[in-house]
Design a binder for this molecule. Structure first.
Ligand code: LLP
Length: 434
């Protein structure tokens, strides 16, 4: 096998120059010289292309699931591309609004929305609120009546479909905490109640089966079941959630967005649903759009034939390997090609957090011999990485850059020690004053 660029894993605008990896014509080494590591680099053209793909596959409309990655620039970008935004908390709602995205483009989710979050959504005038339970309905109907505001709502149903994916990211199985069971007529009963609730207008049925799902027939099963409820309830919209898998390492098979759209439409129509079919992908749009760049700080020989490369980030900026056993394909910035068959698979890439689950990759090969000070990057880190980052071990969150048409913009600044101390209230300081 010849050395080659990992096309399916890289941002669309990635290329390999003499100086190493470039994104949209910008040298990643130069970006690191300016901003340091760990550094997350999004390819703007990739994000826009994925939004266009989604719009094409779901012509009735789509929303970006903000939980995958959200900041104001991201919110504005997806809105500019004609997508709505699905938010899952008052915080996400506030960020989208702060970006100037109109409330009419926003859908509010959550299996335990607080009164404050519901009020925030009602005052803003969001497009729809997705009801997840009887208690959610009670709170929402009280607050809508109190504000004398008619709110469009959808009902999230649970199709009892266990799609093959990591168990932590299955959401459509019977034991899931999300949605109201279709079985036993529970969803239909709740929908009927919504219909008779003043100030609420039932416009849709929502289903989300889980995430990182490559078996489209499982998605078709849950979409078909939700579509039957939507038909019975005579609502105008069926929201089919997100869930499409992406490839994380060479050899991963992942269906395309167009195929997902075809399967979703066919499943909904087969159940006799004639209204609009909307989607809300997160990973599909954001995952492969970004890479995370780290600096190798230690090269440690372990046992007979294993070499650990310790980088300057870890599960604090990407907990996915620890949470889901996710795999990544590390590559070197100065030689960003896939390894060849003769390159020895002796490397592990570990972080600097204090536990052994802090491992990004094990037994992998690299296309050149790594040294201390080398930049190594993980492709496909644009979804659920920064969004799930933490300050574990007092590590600060990375900077996030967006690169487009030969220029780069800082879209989230690197955290500093000040950020760690910002919410720390030093109560024992009082004792020292006495
Ligand atoms: N809609 C709803 C209601 C959702 O809960 C989600 C994701 C999506 C849409 C978008 O799903 P996607 O297209 O991204 O699969 N932290 C996990 C993923 C959790 C997904 C949660 N819900 C991970 O890192 O894999």
């Amino acid at each position: 096998m010849d050395s080659r660029i990992a096309v399916g894993l890289m941002p669309l605008s990635a290329s390999c120059a003499d100086s190493g990896l470039q994104v949209a014509g910008v040298s990643v080494t130069d970006l690191v010289a300016e901003h340091g590591t760990p550094l997350i680099v999004y390819d703007e053209a990739h994000l826009r292309a994925r939004c266009a793909d989604v719009k094409h596959a779901f012509p009735d409309g789509a929303s970006y699931a903000a939980k995958a990655f959200l900041c104001r620039s991201m919110a504005r970008l997806v809105h500019d591309e004609g997508l709505g935004i699905d938010v899952a908390s008052g915080g996400e709602l506030a960020i989208a609004l702060a970006a100037g995205v109109p409330a009419a483009a926003l859908t509010v989710h959550g299996n335990n929305k607080s009164r404050a979050e519901i009020e925030q959504a009602l005052v803003a005038g969001v497009s729809r609120i997705v009801i997840d339970s009887w208690d959610d309905l009670t709170r929402l109907s009280d607050l809508a009546a109190a504000s004398a505001t008619t709110q469009r709502v959808a009902l999230r149903v649970n199709p009892d479909v266990a799609a093959a994916t990591h168990r932590s990211i299955m959401t459509g199985h019977g034991a899931s905490k999300f949605g109201v069971a279709i079985g036993g007529g529970q969803a239909a009963t709740l929908a009927a109640r919504v219909r008779t609730t003043p100030y609420l207008e039932l416009t849709g049925i929502h289903v989300h089966t889980g995430s990182q799902i490559s078996d489209l027939s499982a998605l078709a099963g849950s979409i078909g079941a939700a579509a039957a409820v939507a038909r019975e309830c005579q609502v105008a919209e069926l929201i089919v959630g997100g869930g499409l898998a992406v490839a994380y390492v060479e050899g991963d098979e992942a269906p395309g967005v167009a195929e997902w759209g075809e399967v979703a439409h066919a499943a909904a129509r087969a159940s006799g649903f004639v209204g609009s079919i909307l989607a809300e992908p997160g990973r599909t749009i954001a995952a492969a759009a970004a890479i995370t760049v780290y600096t190798i700080g230690a090269v440690k020989h372990v046992g007979n034939n294993s070499i650990m490369l310790a980088v300057d980030g870890g599960i604090s900026d990407n907990p996915r390997p620890a949470l889901y056993g996710s795999r990544y394909q590390p590559l070197l910035v100065r030689h960003p090609l896939l390894p060849s068959a003769v390159d020895p698979a002796v490397y592990s890439v570990v972080g600097k957090n204090c536990e052994s689950s802090d491992t990004f990759a094990s037994d992998v090969a690299l296309s050149a011999e790594p040294r201390v000070g080398d930049l190594v990057f993980l492709p496909v880190t644009g979804a659920y990485t920064y969004a799930m980052s933490s300050n574990y071990n007092g590590l600060t969150r990375p900077a996030v850059i967006m690169v487009g048409s030969g220029t780069s913009s800082l879209i989230v600044r690197r955290e500093g020690i000040d950020d760690l101390l910002r919410s720390d209230v030093f109560a024992l300081d009082r004792a020292a004053q006495h």
